[in-house]
Design a protein around this ligand. Structure first.
Ligand code: CA
Length: 414
């Protein structure tokens, strides 16, 4: 954390020329090039120290008019700079704007500013307006109308910090932004981002449906970059790739690091896929051997009991379901001391509502082989597990739950 002398907001208002725009590059996965820059306000104090001014725009005790004036100042400086340099016509400028200030005057201040630059040759397609999702608390419909209008002018809309506060994913479909920004700066290397991943996964699916591009920001480590890549991020931003600078960074300035890391990401994923395939094969083999010893008309509970014993090394629960999702057997479960027991209460439960259930049934029927599930949290054990499912006949399937301990010991299965 950087600590600064607190600057009096009035000092800032009196010394506007010391407020200067910095630019943080946004890079794209497909070209590995910079596609644009986000404008950030910095302040050069009396000691020639530079500090970020984001607190100035967040502090509710600072009058709106002050914020509006500083914002206007910084935007003008940035736009002057943007149109003055001969740059690639596809580069865009990300400008932060407060949602409250925006609907207060129905976007008039912003639009007249942008249109004054349009007269000087600015193509409005090159402007992205960033609105923080958490600031959208009222006037949802008039804001939506305004966004819609701005988009007809060519301006792109980015929703910033999506999913940060009590994720209201409905806003994504309501506003249909062009870009969705997700902050990953809080993901620490040692913490398992598993549950965030589910939230981000939903956001990425929704973004895909409405045709929005996902941008991960706040990337300051290799792991955060990897996370962004694995979760469908097309655009990236953060000091791991490039810090904010008082000038526009070169288009290829992040290419080397992106290409090197992408290579590492791909290698790692390949290793993971291989590990999963190997586990599938191992279980498959174990299976066919065990199934040979089981008579075709054996009772379900006898089958799961035998399979549980045979797969004891990597299984803690085994059961059989019909193709309609009805559990036909009991649960065979491994107790703490390693013995297998039958739990009858599982019988006749309906699992058809579970995500991917039918998709997997159809896949097993077509491919005639077992499937290893993704990682998910088992409600009873409250731990992450995987399930291996296998077709034992045309309409019956056996399910084998694999515990966290086992997955943890094998490389590439978590
Ligand atoms: Ca922003």
């Amino acid at each position: 954390m950087e600590v600064y002398e607190i600057v009096d907001p009035l000092d800032i208002m009196m010394n506007l020329e010391q407020v200067i725009p910095y630019y943080q590059p946004v890079v794209s996965a497909d070209t590995r090039q910079v596609i644009g820059y986000e404008v950030k306000a910095y302040y050069l104090d009396e000691e020639d120290e530079i500090q970020r001014l984001d607190w100035f725009f967040k502090d509710p005790s600072i009058p709106h008019d002050f914020q509006l004036e500083v914002n206007h100042w910084i935007q003008q400086k940035a736009l002057d700079h943007f149109i003055s340099i001969k740059s690639d016509e596809s580069l865009v400028l990300f400008i932060n704007y407060n949602a409250h200030l925006l609907y207060k005057d129905d976007g008039e201040t912003l639009l007249s500013l942008l249109q004054s630059y349009e007269k000087k040759g600015l193509n409005l397609n090159r402007i992205v307006i960033e609105i923080k999702e958490e600031q959208i608390t009222e006037e949802m419909d008039s804001l939506r109308q305004l966004f819609k209008y701005m988009k007809t002018l060519g301006i792109q809309i980015a929703l910033d910090d999506v999913g940060k506060t009590n994720g209201n994913l409905g806003r994504l479909t309501h506003f249909e932004p062009n870009i969705v920004k997700i902050d990953v700066s809080f993901l620490k290397d040692d913490a398992l981002p598993h549950l965030y991943r589910e939230v981000h996964y939903s956001i990425s699916m929704l973004a895909r449906k409405i045709g929005a591009t996902l941008l991960f920001k706040g990337i300051s480590t290799y792991n955060q970059f990897n996370y962004a890549w694995r979760n469908g991020g097309r655009y990236y931003q953060g000091r791991y790739l490039s810090p904010s600078k008082p000038h526009f960074a070169e288009i290829d300035s992040c290419k080397e690091i992106i290409e090197r890391d992408f290579q590492l990401f791909v290698n790692y994923e390949k290793k993971k896929m291989k590990a999963q395939l190997e586990l599938s094969n191992r279980i498959n083999q174990q299976f066919s051997t065990t199934m040979q010893d089981i008579k075709g008309d054996a009772p379900y509970d006898e089958i799961i009991f035998t399979v549980g014993h045979a797969c004891s090394q990597f299984a803690f629960r085994v059961y059989i379901c019909s193709d309609e999702g009805i559990q036909l057997s009991s649960n065979a479960e491994k107790s703490k001391d390693g013995n297998w027991e039958l739990h009858y209460e599982g019988r006749q439960k309906n699992w058809s509502w579970r995500p991917y259930f039918f998709e997997n049934i159809v896949r097993m029927n077509v491919e005639k082989k077992g499937i290893l599930s993704d990682l998910y949290t088992d409600i009873e054990r409250d731990e992450q597990i995987r399930t291996y499912s296998y077709p034992i006949s045309d309409n019956k399937y056996i399910f084998i739950d694999i515990p966290y301990d086992y997955l943890y010991e094998q490389e590439g299965l978590l």
